[in-house]
Design a protein around this ligand. Structure first.
Ligand code: SAM
Length: 260
């Protein structure tokens, strides 16, 4: 990390400084020169420099003008590096996959302030993504992997598990970063499920049903889903109307969404 750069809070700039953690992340990614590899938020390159050793034709997506300038300065050495100076939330990953002519491998120590919208943005490109390996706030990774009947289980868990198989790999203490964030972090791998491994439901319908249900997660199902499904329909699925949204599995939600 450069001493001249003042980390920008609005861009979630907590730079990785712990070499052991950096090596562990790279071994989890296992980058190769065959990969259509994309890094979100390279910063000053804690991961990037190691990714470039394996795949010189790496693509990076960075929003910060100063950091983009830094990376343009690196292109004399890294001649195949593709720099996308863009807000990742506006990136069309489908066209990147078309250019690469293969599914994408997307990695990064993500800006935590946009993690949920970013994950939902990425899920909308699930069919052109091979896998993703991300550093996120530990609480977000726990929510991604959460199972029913737990406090962390909710909209993000259900939608993420609809789209992907998710693996929590390891936790990272805040001392691994400069500046140190207030929270613990964790690395996770997300692998988009193939169409045949998914319940055949329109994801827009599923998302709407789950959104409504978790707007009032402490209410019983008929109250939480008022206007969307009736108590009779809930019973017809073999679900107890006294249950709350947090008691339902992904499959239960797919069945409910099918009725809408
Ligand atoms: N990869 C570096 C590291 O591990 O040291 C930096 C990680 S830092 C947590 C997040 C990075 O994402 C920063 O480089 C930041 O400027 C960039 N970033 C933040 N918001 C972004 C956005 N909306 N689009 C693209 N990059 C963004």
């Amino acid at each position: 990390m450069s001493d001249k750069h003042h980390p920008k809070k609005r861009f979630g700039q907590n730079f990785l400084i712990d070499e052991t953690v950096i090596h562990r992340i790279i071994s989890c990614i296992q980058p190769t020169n065959q990969d259509a590899l994309i890094e979100i938020g390279p910063g000053f390159g804690a991961l990037t420099h190691k990714l470039l050793i394996a795949q010189p034709a790496l693509s990076i997506i960075e929003i910060d003008n100063d950091l983009v300038k830094f990376w343009h300065g690196q292109t004399k050495t890294h001649t195949q590096l593709h720099i996308h100076h863009q807000d990742v939330l506006t990136v069309d990953f489908k066209s990147l996959a078309t250019i690469a002519a293969k599914p994408l491998r997307i990695v990064g120590n993500l800006p935590y302030n946009i993690s949920s919208p970013l994950l939902f943005h990425l899920f909308s490109f699930d069919d052109v993504i091979h896998d993703m390996c991300f550093m996120l706030q530990k609480e977000v990774v726990d929510r991604l992997c959460a199972t029913p009947n737990s406090k962390t289980y909710g909209r993000l868990s259900i939608m993420a598990q609809y789209y992907c198989d998710i693996y929590k790999l390891f936790e990272v203490p805040n001392t691994a970063f400069k500046p140190a964030p207030a929270v613990t972090s964790a690395i996770c791998r997300l692998i988009p499920k193939k169409a045949h491994a998914r319940y055949p439901i329109d994801p827009v319908k599923l998302a709407e049903c789950v959104r409504l249900a978790f707007t009032m997660r402490r209410k019983t199902l008929p109250n939480a889903l008022k206007g969307l499904v009736t108590v009779e329909q809930i019973i017809s699925l073999g679900l107890d109307p006294k249950l709350r949204p947090e008691n339902l599995s992904l499959l239960d939600f797919c069945h409910l969404a099918e009725l809408t």
